[in-house]
Design a protein around this ligand. Structure first.
Ligand code: 4NP
Length: 164
């Protein structure tokens, strides 16, 4: 039997050190737990270049560890030429991430707010389903972000599995 092409899922934030790396490891874990890792190509990036080559923010590493996840990471910037072709879903954490991707020429049907996949938030306006940038806040911001990402990643995976 010919296996279908893996689905490309790209998590996108601003700096690629706080939110999208965390979303990436959460989604990777969920996918592995359900035994469907071979069906996905998963990555994260930032629209900005300030932190390219760096590891994740220590507060993201900490909240990942507190939830049993190891966050190995090397930040990279969005590459429109490659990423808009390679990934089927371009998942912004906030409206600004989505707007930037669209301005850079991302196909509209690929760009979604990640939390639009949280079933409890279905149909809500974009400004109400942002994953807020925790960079300038304290560590409790990272706990909240983790909880938002975990629910959204579960919903995303349910959606992608049901679709097949
Ligand atoms: P992220 O958070 O987009 O979730 O990685 C940020 C990290 C760094 C900056 C902004 C947001 N920064 O301005 O350096």
């Amino acid at each position: 039997m010919i296996e279908p092409t893996p689905t490309g899922v790209l998590f996108v934030c601003l700096g690629n050190i706080c939110r999208s790396p965390l979303a990436r490891v959460i989604f990777e874990q969920r996918v592995a737990e359900r035994g469907v890792a071979d069906r996905f190509v998963i990555d994260s990036c930032g629209t900005g270049a300030w932190h390219v080559g760096k590891g994740a923010d220590p507060r993201s590493v900490q909240v990942a560890m507190a939830n049993g996840l190891r966050l190995d990471h090397c930040a990279r910037q969005l590459d429109p030429d490659e990423d808009f072709e390679r990934f089927e879903l371009l998942l912004g954490m906030d409206q600004s991430n989505c707007t930037t991707m669209l301005e850079l020429g991302a196909p509209r049907e690929k760009v979604r707010m990640l939390r639009s996949f949280d079933p409890l938030l279905a149909g809500m306006e974009p400004h109400r389903i942002e994953v807020p940038d925790p960079y300038y806040g304290g560590p409790d911001g990272f706990d909240k972000v983790y909880a938002m990402l975990a629910r959204a990643c579960e919903g995303l995976l349910d959606h992608l599995i049901e679709r097949r």
